[in-house]
Design a protein around this ligand. Structure first.
Ligand code: GUN
Length: 294
């Protein structure tokens, strides 16, 4: 392997050490940052994400308030729970785990979250503020990716960045962050309608694969020395594993790590950063709501 392995777990721990100090400061002023986590249904991946988020809160001295609702919960019941969290002074951040069951209108649910508690940065208000570079909550995965690049010393100024995937959660907001003068990359967004994906990726100094398709970015697409960020968390069946599956990203890791300059592993790359930025956003929300400067 010639690429530098970007250790998301280590960088996330470094940031969490910084966050602990902020939590201590808030506690001295009588505020314990609190995150409400709402999960509807029993999607196994969602359960494991939610559990990891709650554990991370506890580890740095924050509170989390879990609400688990049955798969057949009505949209109105979910909206009522969000309204309660909006009013609750102990709740500074609200996270509704996605995806939601199909009978629930995701947009209506997201819009019900108070933008000042929207630590996922999914509301139209926060996405609009992000576009305008006003104070806002930035979606955690894109925020974590920018932080990974910065802390790993990957040059972004004038770099060609190719984002493979156009989700509202990752691809779209990330493409926008790459445009900021503080990052200053030239961005291309590829998606299912893109002709000849390889022709775009081959030009990239930075590739972010966030399509949710195992092995989509193959070794022949990678420019020598490029930085490869793999957001994919795909469960592929593997009878040699205790759980019956293994996790793999959207990139051919074995091949890509031979020629890339930097690469993130799956797991242990982007995942821990996403959770860490959620903690960071929640601490910021608690400080803003309580009028405390950190
Ligand atoms: N589902 C997949 N990623 C996320 C995330 O970052 N936040 C929420 N709320 N749901 C998700």
């Amino acid at each position: 392997m010639s690429a530098v392995l970007i250790d998301g777990k280590r960088i996330a721990e470094e940031i969490r050490d910084e966050l602990v100090q902020k939590v201590i400061l808030l506690k001295q002023k009588g505020v314990i940052p609190g995150l409400a986590v709402i999960l509807v249904g029993d999607n196994p991946a969602s359960i494991s994400y939610v559990t990891a988020k709650e554990k991370a809160c506890a580890e740095i001295g924050m509170k989390s308030f879990e609400t688990r609702m049955a798969e057949n919960t009505s949209e109105e019941t979910l909206l009522e729970r969000i309204a309660e969290c909006n009013r609750d002074p102990n709740v500074h951040g609200i996270l509704v785990q996605l995806p939601l069951p199909r009978h629930i209108d995701e947009h209506r649910v997201i819009e019900a979250i108070d933008p000042n508690k929207d630590v996922d940065g999914f509301t139209p208000v926060n996405l609009g503020r992000m576009l305008l570079e006003q104070p806002c909550f930035i979606p955690c995965t894109p925020f974590g990716i920018i932080e990974l690049l910065k802390r790993s010393g990957v040059p972004t100024n004038g770099a060609r960045a190719v984002v493979v995937g156009r989700s509202n959660i990752v691809g779209k907001p990330l493409a926008n962050l790459f445009l900021r003068k503080s990052v200053n990359a030239t961005v291309t967004v590829c998606h299912t309608g893109t002709r000849d994906l390889g022709s775009h990726v081959r030009e990239a100094d930075i590739v972010v694969a966030c399509a949710g398709a195992p092995g989509l970015v193959s070794v022949d697409m990678i420019k020598p020395g490029a930085c490869i960020i793999d957001v994919g968390v795909n469960r592929v069946p593997d009878s040699t594993k205790k759980k019956g599956y293994r996790l793999c990203g959207d990139v051919d890791f074995e091949g890509a790590s031979q020629i890339a300059g930097w690469i993130t592993p799956v797991p242990g790359g982007v995942g821990p950063m996403t959770i860490t930025m959620l903690l960071s956003n929640t601490i910021d929300a608690a400080a803003r709501i309580s009028n405390i400067a950190l």
